[in-house]
Ligand binder design. Structure first.
Ligand code: NOJ
Length: 492
C-alpha cells in the first residue's frame, strides 16, 4: 500500500522514475468496444428494418454536425473479419459489440427472427472465439426498431416485455458462447439526452414526461431481461448480466456546493442505479422529493417521476452481476444565481437541479464534444459506487478520448496513461474490485450528432475509401503493449 502512496505522490508531481512499476493485477482484462449502428452500416440490407437512428439521420441530416449518416459507416457488416483481425492484433481479451435489434428481429417483436441477422452475429462471435477473444454483447445500444418507436418506444410500459422477448431470442441463439451480457447501453442518453433536447433519436421533445417515463420503463426492461436470463439460462450457461450506465462525476465548485453536487450524483447516477443496486431499491429518495416538488411548482397535479409499485421495486432490485461503468467526463457544479440560465449544461440542461456546470482548469480540455476529461473522476466515481451500493465487481465498459483524428495520437496515449494510473490506484489503494477496462473505440465510427467529425478509434477508418481501410494509430500500439505487459508506461 505504502508503495502506491509514494507512486501517487510522484504522479502528482509528474516524476516519472518512481512510477515505473505501475502494473495491473494479473488476470485484469482489456477490451475495446463499438456498437451496431455506429459501425455496421448495411442499414437496409436483407430483411433488416429501420431503426430510430436510421430514420432520424435520414429525416434530419442538419442535426448531425457533418450532415452525414451511418448507412455505410465503417461497414463492419461486410468487414467484420477485418475487425476481428484488428482486435487480435491488439491482443484484446474481449471485444464489446452490440446486436442491432432491427437486424435480428425486423418487426421488433419475437414473431420472426432474421436468418441474415443470425448468420452475421454467429459469424462475428465464432470469429472472435476462434482468435481467443471473448465476446461481450450489448443487447441494445440506442438503435430501437422504428416499429416499436411508432408505438411509443420507451415511454410505453409494454416495452419491458418486448425487450425481454428480444433478450430471450438473443440468449437462446448466442448464450452458449456469450458469457457477458449488457442489456442496455447508457439509458441516460436514451432517456434524458433524447427527450430533454430532441437532438438525439427519436427526436421527441418532452423533458417533463418523456424523460421520466423512459427512465422508469427502461429500468423495467432491463430488469425483465435480467430475470429472463436468471430464470431460463443462468443454470445452463453460467453467464453474467448487467446494464451499462454512463456516469458523470460531479464535484462541487465551492465547498458550499457540496450538497448540490451530491444531489447531482443522485440525479444522474442514482436515478439509473439506486433502483438496481441499493439495498432498498426504488428511486433515490432525494430525487423523488425534488422532482415531485418541481412538478407541483410547474402546476402538475402529481410528480412527473412515475412511482414504482412494490412489485416493480422488487423486480428491479438486485438485477446485476456486476456494475458496468461507462466513464468519460467530470463537471463542477454550483447553484445557479437568480435568473441564471441553467439550460447550458454542455450536453443538456438539467432544470430540475437549478445548477450551473463547469470544469476545473487542470482537467484535460478536449472540449470537442463539449466536455472535459478528468482521469481522477473515474477513481472517485468508483469509490462513490462502493460507498453507496455494494462492494461489487466493476467493469469499465467504455472510456475513451475524442480528437479530430491523425495517426500520431499522443494526446490520446497521454490520456490513457493518466487514466490507467487512476485505475491502478483505485484497485490497489481503494480496494475497488475492478476487473475489466474497455477502450472506446476499436475504430472510428459514427459519433451520433458529431457524425464523423470526432474520432475515438484506436484504428483510423478512412471513410472516403470504399474499402473503409483501418489503420493502426500510435494509441493502438500503445494499448497493445499495455495489454501484453500489464504496465502502463510502455509506449512503442
Ligand atoms: C458513449 C456511447 O455508448 C457511445 O455510443 C459513444 O460513441 C461514446 N460514448 C462516445 O461519445
Amino acid at each position: 500500500m505504502i508503495w502506491y502512496r509514494i507512486a501517487a505522490f510522484c504522479a502528482l508531481l509528474g516524476v516519472s522514475w518512481c512510477t515505473e512499476d505501475w502494473t495491473f493485477p494479473p488476470g485484469f482484462k482489456f477490451g475495446a468496444a463499438t456498437s451496431s449502428f455506429q459501425v455496421e452500416g448495411a442499414w437496409n440490407v436483407s430483411d433488416k428494418s429501420q431503426s430510430i437512428w436510421d430514420k432520424f439521420v435520414h429525416d434530419k441530416p442538419d442535426v448531425i454536425a457533418d450532415c452525414s449518416n451511418a448507412d455505410v459507416s465503417a461497414d463492419s457488416y461486410h468487414l467484420w473479419e477485418t475487425d476481428v483481425e484488428k482486435a487480435a492484433e491488439l491482443g484484446l481479451n474481449f471485444y464489446r459489440f452490440s446486436i442491432s435489434w432491427p437486424r435480428l428481429l425486423p418487426s421488433g417483436f419475437a414473431n420472426y427472427t432474421s436468418e441474415d441477422g443470425k448468420r452475421y452475429y454467429n459469424n462475428l462471435i465464432d470469429g472472435l472465439l476462434a482468435k481467443g477473444i471473448e465476446p461481450m454483447v450489448t443487447l441494445f445500444h440506442l438503435d430501437l426498431p422504428q416499429t416499436l418507436q411508432d408505438l411509443g418506444g420507451f415511454t410505453n410500459p409494454l416495452i419491458a416485455d418486448w425487450f425481454a422477448d428480444y433478450a430471450r431470442v438473443a440468449y437462446s441463439l448466442f448464450g452458449d458462447r456469450v458469457k457477458i451480457w449488457l442489456t442496455i447501453n447508457e439509458p441516460i442518453m436514451i432517456c434524458d439526452l433524447a427527450y430533454n433536447t430532441a437532438i438525439m433519436a427519436p427526436g421527441v421533445l418532452s423533458p417533463d414526461h418523456g424523460t421520466y417515463l423512459c427512465n422508469k420503463y427502461i429500468l423495467l426492461a432491463h430488469a425483465k431481461a435480467y430475470r429472463v436470463y436468471e430464470n431460463e439460462f443462468k443454470a445452463m450457461y453460467q453467464g453474467e448480466v448487467s446494464i451499462a450506465n454512463q456516469l458523470m462525476w460531479y464535484e462541487p465548485e465551492r465547498e458550499a456546493d457540496a450538497d448540490l453536487a451530491e444531489l447531482g450524483r443522485q440525479y444522474n447516477t442514482g436515478r439509473y442505479s439506486h433502483p438496481i443496486y441499493s439495498k432498498e431499491g426504488g428511486w433515490p429518495p432525494a430525487i423523488e422529493k425534488l422532482i415531485e416538488e418541481n412538478s407541483l411548482k410547474k402546476g402538475f397535479l402529481t410528480s412527473n417521476l412515475p412511482a414504482f409499485t412494490q412489485e416493480e421495486i422488487e423486480l428491479i432490485r438486485g438485477t446485476y452481476d456486476f456494475y458496468a461503468l461507462n466513464y468519460y467526463m467530470s463537471f463542477t457544479v454550483r447553484t445557479a444565481s437568480e435568473g441564471e440560465d441553467v439550460g447550458s449544461y454542455p450536453l443538456y440542461g438539467i432544470p430540475d437541479l437549478n445548477a450551473v456546470f463547469g470544469h476545473r482548469e487542470e482537467w484535460t480540455a478536449t472540449n470537442l464534444t463539449g466536455f472535459y476529461l478528468n482521469p481522477e473522476g473515474a477513481r472517485r466515481q468508483m469509490a462513490w459506487l462502493k460507498k453507496n451500493y455494494d462492494d461489487m465487481k466493476i467493469l469499465i465498459t467504455e472510456n475513451g478520448y475524442p480528437n479530430l483524428g491523425g495517426l500520431d495520437d499522443h494526446d490520446r496515449i497521454a490520456f490513457y496513461q493518466a487514466l490507467f494510473k487512476q485505475l491502478i490506484l483505485a484497485i490497489k489503494e481503494d480496494g475497488i474490485n475492478l476487473t475489466h477496462y474497455t477502450a472506446w473505440a476499436l475504430m472510428d465510427n459514427f459519433e451520433w450528432t458529431n457524425g464523423y467529425s470526432v474520432k475515438y478509434g484506436l484504428y483510423q477508418v478512412d471513410f472516403a475509401d470504399p474499402l473503409r481501410t483501418r489503420t493502426a494509430r500510435a494509441s493502438a500500439r500503445y494499448y497493445a503493449n499495455v495489454i501484453k505487459t500489464l504496465t502502463i508506461s510502455a509506449e512503442s
